[in-house]
Ligand binder design. Structure first.
Ligand SMILES: *[C@@H]1O[C@H](CO)[C@@H](O)[C@H](O)[C@H]1NC(C)=O
Ligand SMILES: *[C@@H]1O[C@H](CO)[C@@H](O)[C@H](O)[C@H]1NC(C)=O
Ligand SMILES: *[C@@H]1O[C@H](CO)[C@@H](O)[C@H](O)[C@H]1NC(C)=O
Ligand SMILES: *[C@@H]1O[C@H](CO)[C@@H](O)[C@H](O)[C@H]1NC(C)=O
Ligand SMILES: *[C@@H]1O[C@H](CO)[C@@H](O)[C@H](O)[C@H]1NC(C)=O
Ligand SMILES: *[C@@H]1O[C@H](CO)[C@@H](O)[C@H](O)[C@H]1NC(C)=O
Length: 705
């Protein structure tokens, strides 16, 4: 077993010269069965050569698709074509293994039903006939319950088959030669060691249908222990396994060598699909490699380039020299690391924004032609264009001379986002200040979120909405905690979020952003921001903090979820959206709003809709201390942390202004009239002084910002 360990010391080399690792080295060190592998996508020639799909399973783009599109009563199976040694050679002592994979169960479009998917360890290559529907492609009437079947399966079952004693329609089971599971648990993300999930501290349920799910299966042969964990895909491995059973001796079940892979089946409904996006496996005692969902084309083209590079080099007989050099450099300069292909690309992209000449930008935008204009506002105008030098599509923002965005904001924008690179930020490519201030961004083909959201040109699905919110939250987490200098954006709103071609959210417009060192308390600044997105306390403290950004994010999250502008009075009782939602929440009737959003959507998203609404409300909580951090928000939206508990009483010195803020379109008199019926009216009255202060402050605030 020298080989795998030897490979592990050469990741960079193997990535650039696969021929060396996959063809030559095995000869050199004469290792037999492959013991570990990892695929982040299945569209490489390598994956297609090493995995075999049977029955109605096939390779589709970068995934393994386990049943054919449109097939009914079908089953499919994809197996790694080389058998894995799972009993120590010549003995019946089991060996440990570990695997990770990412799958997606797409239920029927008409009835939300799907059977399930399974990870399987089987004695032979090939599929099992007559294993559709509840057999999940693992067993059939002929093989089920027989010891000659020699099959271990971990089933991710999304249908309750009472005849197989299924627990519910979202469970995970360990099947030993029998579809009636040997051990079974409802699917959940486990954060405590408690055997059952009784409260949010123990974990939370994970709905496996219609979501990207990552699973981990680890078997320790010395203790007979099999652990199974799952999480939504952005989440890490849960702290505690969902299932941990330490009485599984695989000695009598297994042959010395077994095949590993996936199975799934369909029943009578034709639109059910099962995909595996990534998979790693290891049987050499180490944990399986971490995997991720990569875009297929990328890995394909890079691996092709790598093969060509590898061929050339090996033909030239440079391999040994390289190995030698590599080892030599590693020893000599431990810190100097070779850049992987990906790091290369990132570092190439990391060049700083450059100064453009006015002539170049005029040429790019056809002399700031009317036809190229994307939009205009108080700040100036935005034009689209194509840079003549390299053909990159850009959005050019020309700041008007009358704009409040003066030299200070211009410099702030160039220096703040100029240095930031994050996939959820609009990249600033450069600037020009020959004739007034001009900023050049990468063009975001889908325009700004407010247009997409409120103009109803196209319907955006709930999953897209969630994806957008996850993106903005990730951007804010990056600004608040992960980049070098803490940055408070101060102007988060739908019109400052752009959408790229893949509908990823990109936060832009850093004209108001402030930089702080991570330990510096932000000083007093002028109140700035956009009415309706501004936290109540900012009118009193005149400070922009992360918590005021969280408030704005909450307001935006509610807008995105509800598809309505924050400042629009909603039809319900003529009060603002936040008030209405808080009222529903207090009366335990938030389901009403959830149902409203779910009109025309599948019911499977209902849990997440509620989570987003509650999270949005919590971010808009009047007391800044009650708002969650962006880190928590990112975890909850990614499904990696339970939603924070909702407060039972709303109380804060800022309550009044919070309510005032949420009804931007109404005047203060009508609001305070209405407030008398509210149970917190006494609190409101106690702060009438603050009210006048907040009104004054607002007048000072620059228009619309
Ligand atoms: C599948 O089941 C049918 C009966 O339900 C049987 O006639 C057929 O032979 C089976 N196919 C195989 C390959 O066992
Ligand atoms: C499997 O066998 C049982 C009886 O042994 C029978 O009732 C059932 O219909 C069979 N199922 C299939 C799919 O052939
Ligand atoms: C299984 O989980 C338990 C509890 O967290 C842990 O102690 C053990 O090391 C795990 N075993 C494997 C094989 O991962
Ligand atoms: C499992 O069973 C085999 C054969 O009975 C035995 O050699 C092995 O020690 C057992 N493993 C454990 C961990 O009990
Ligand atoms: C493992 O599962 C078996 C079968 O359900 C059960 O009898 C046993 O108690 C379980 N062991 C542990 C440690 O959970
Ligand atoms: C996988 O990622 C986790 C963190 O998410 C890390 O702790 C672990 O070491 C990684 N495992 C491998 C094999 O790289």
């Amino acid at each position: 077993m020298v080989c795998p360990k030897f490979f592990a010391t050469l990741p960079v080399l193997c990535a650039s010269i696969p021929l060396l690792c996959h063809v030559l080295l095995p000869f050199l060190c004469n290792c037999d069965a492959a013991t570990s592998f990892a695929y982040n996508g299945f569209d490489s020639d390598e994956a297609r050569a090493e995995i075999i799909c049977f029955q109605s399973a096939s390779f589709q783009d970068s995934t393994l698709q386990l049943t054919e599109t449109g097939a009914t009563q079908a089953s499919g199976r994809c197996l790694y074509s080389t058998p894995i040694e799972l009993l120590a050679a010549g003995t019946r002592v089991p060996l440990s293994f570990s695997t990770q994979f990412i799958f997606y169960i797409q239920p029927s479009s008409t009835s939300d039903l799907a059977d399930g998917i399974s990870f399987v360890i089987a004695p032979t290559l090939g599929g099992v006939p007559n294993s559709s529907q509840g057999f999940m492609g693992i067993f059939s009437n002929e093989t089920n319950g027989r010891s000659s079947t020699q099959t271990l399966a971990i089933e991710f079952d999304t249908y309750k088959n009472p005849e197989f004693q299924d627990k519910d329609e979202n469970h995970i089971g360990i099947d030993v030669n029998d579809i009636v599971s040997w051990a079974v648990t409802s699917a959940a993300y486990r954060i405590s060691s408690s055997p059952t999930i009784q409260s949010a501290e123990d974990g939370y349920a994970v709905q496996m249908k219609g979501a990207y799910i990552q699973a981990w299966i680890d078997y320790d042969a010395t203790t007979n222990q099999l652990n199974v964990s799952i999480s939504r895909v952005l989440g890490g491995k849960p702290t505690y396994p969902l299932m941990s059973n330490s009485s599984l001796n695989l000695s009598s079940l297994f042959n010395e060598k077994m095949y590993v892979g996936f199975t799934a089946s369909t029943g009578p409904l034709p639109t059910v699909l099962y995909h595996v996006y990534a998979w790693s496996f290891s049987s050499d005692g180490a944990l399986a490699a971490n995997i991720s969902m990569s875009s297929g084309n990328e890995s394909n083209s890079t691996s092709r380039i790598a093969i060509i590079v590898g061929l050339l080099l090996s033909v030239l007989g440079l391999i040994l020299v390289l190995v030698f050099l590599y080892a030599y450099f590693r020893r000599r300069r431990r810190k100097a690391r070779y850049l992987s292909k990906k790091d290369w690309q990132v570092s190439l992209q990391e060049q700083l924004p450059q100064e453009f000449s006015y002539r170049e930008l005029a040429k790019a935008t056809n002399k700031f032609n009317e036809k190229n204009r994307l939009g205009s506002g108080g700040f100036g105008e935005v034009f689209q264009g194509v840079l003549p030098s390299n053909g990159v599509a850009v959005a050019v923002k020309r700041i008007s001379k009358e704009s409040k965005q003066g030299a200070k904001e211009f410099v702030s924008e160039v220096t703040t986002i100029g240095r930031l690179r994050h996939r959820n930020l609009v990249p600033l490519l450069g600037w020009c200040q020959e004739k007034g201030f001009v900023l050049v961004y990468e063009l975001m083909p889908r325009g700004s979120l407010d247009k997409v959201l409120f103009n109803h040109q196209e319907k955006i699905s709930w999953n897209q909405r969630l994806h957008i919110l996850q993106g903005i939250a990730a951007a804010l987490l990056y600004l608040h905690e992960e980049c070098e200098q803490k940055i408070v954006h101060r102007d988060i709103k739908a019109s400052n979020v752009m959408l790229d071609a893949q509908m990823n959210a990109r936060l832009g417009d850093f004209g108001l952003a402030r930089l702080y060192g991570h330990d510096v308390v932000p000083g007093t600044t002028n109140v700035a921001g956009t009415w309706g997105y501004m936290a109540p306390e900012s009118f009193f403290t005149r400070k922009a903090t992360e918590k005021t950004d969280v408030f704005s994010f909450g307001a935006l999250a509610l807008e995105v979820a509800m598809g309505k502008k924050m400042s629009d009075p909603s039809e319900e009782e003529g009060c603002s959206m936040i008030e209405w939602l808080w009222k529903l929440q207090r009366n335990k009737a938030l389901q009403e709003a959830v149902e409203l959003i779910l009109l025309g959507e599948g019911q499977e998203t209902s849990d997440m809709v509620r989570v987003v609404l509650e999270l949005g409300l919590l971010c808009c909580y009047p007391d800044p201390e009650g708002r969650p951090s962006m880190r928590r928000v990112v975890q909850v939206l990614g499904g990696d942390a339970p939603p924070p508990p909702m407060p039972t009483v709303i109380s804060s010195p800022f309550l009044f202004s919070s309510l005032a803020l949420t009804s931007a379109s109404q005047d203060f008199t009508s609001l305070s009239m209405r407030s008398h019926s509210d149970d917190s009216s006494s609190l409101l009255m106690g702060h009438s002084k603050n009210m006048s202060l907040s009104v004054e402050t607002l007048k000072e605030a620059p228009n619309g910002r």
